[in-house]
Design a protein around this ligand. Structure first.
Ligand code: GLU
Length: 278
């Protein structure tokens, strides 16, 4: 009798999961406060240790992953209900506009240009653009030294944009698809410096296989207010803002910072939702 009941329940669950299999249905409405068997699709980076990383055994780790997991829980989704999707810098607006993801937590700076296409909850983290060079390179001591250097950043990032418009317009900017590709170039001496947010660079420098190879400039070249991207007009924005406020208030934000960036991390305090540092 007991077996039959379990079987019936399993059949019901299967039927439900079949009807909701296409969780992300293009209008960003796959979320639901009841959770249940529904899935939520979340865009993250796959190649940024400490922030968003897909490990060789298929797990997802990093601060953005932890923030997204917390937010999803507040929206009614268990970790097992989350489908992670790679959101490269240049693809983020399109992924949201097409409804391929429900929200994006991928070192995604809030700015006016992006805000024309998508909405942002947050901010939930404040980073600053910096540069990273090989440890034995002493030729770049100030941002202007980047002019005429081979500098790598990523297509569609604020980092690349800032180089072109203000930081080092005469640098030979190489725009790659992801920062891990820049890192390989830096290691192989194909490029001289990699520029993006300090936490991303610190994550690469701290990897065991990179110990001692790279150093950060320590320049605060910009303010990067990380937001959670949602579709324009999505009701998720308000819910995510509430979740982020709760994450800070209950200590989970601080715990995620320490877990992912190390106990000695000297970063900025948690930003206030709705307050952008310009
Ligand atoms: N936070 C910056 C941006 O949103 C740089 C990091 C990234 O490309 O994700 O463009």
């Amino acid at each position: 009798m007991k077996l039959r009941m379990v079987t019936a329940a399993a059949a019901a669950a299967l039927a439900l999961s079949l009807t909701t299999a296409c969780g992300s249905d293009g209008d960003g409405s796959s979320s639901g406060s009841d959770g249940g068997d529904k899935k939520i699709t979340v865009g993250i980076k796959f190649d940024q240790p400490g922030l968003g990383l897909k490990t060789p055994d298929g797990k997802y780790t990093g601060f953005d992953v932890d923030v997204a997991t917390y937010v999803a829980k507040q929206l009614g989704y268990k970790p097992a209900d989350i489908e992670w999707k790679e959101a490269k810098s240049a693809d983020r607006e399109t992924l949201l506009q097409r409804g391929d993801v429900d929200f994006i937590a991928a070192t995604y700076s809030i700015n006016d240009e992006r805000a024309k296409k998508v909405d942002f909850a947050g901010p939930y983290f404040l980073a600053h653009q910096d540069i990273m060079v090989r440890s034995d390179d002493n030729s770049i001591t100030k941002p202007a030294d980047l002019n005429n250097k081979k500098l790598c950043s990523v297509t569609g990032s604020t980092s690349a944009q800032n180089v072109k418009t203000k930081l080092a317009p005469k640098a030979q900017l190489q725009e790659y698809g992801g920062y891990s590709e820049c890192l390989t170039g830096l290691e192989n001496k194909v490029i001289d410096a990699l520029t993006t947010d300090n936490v991303i660079l610190a994550g690469y420098a701290a990897q065991p296989e990179h110990q001692g190879k790279f150093k950060l400039g320590g320049f605060k070249l910009s303010n990067e207010n990380y937001g959670i991207g949602v579709q324009k007009g999505s009701e998720l924005k308000a819910k995510i803002n509430t979740a982020l406020q709760k994450m800070v208030a209950d200590g989970a934000w601080e715990a995620a910072v320490k877990k992912n960036f190390g106990p000695d991390f000297k970063g900025e305090p948690a930003p206030k939702v709705g307050v952008i540092v310009s």
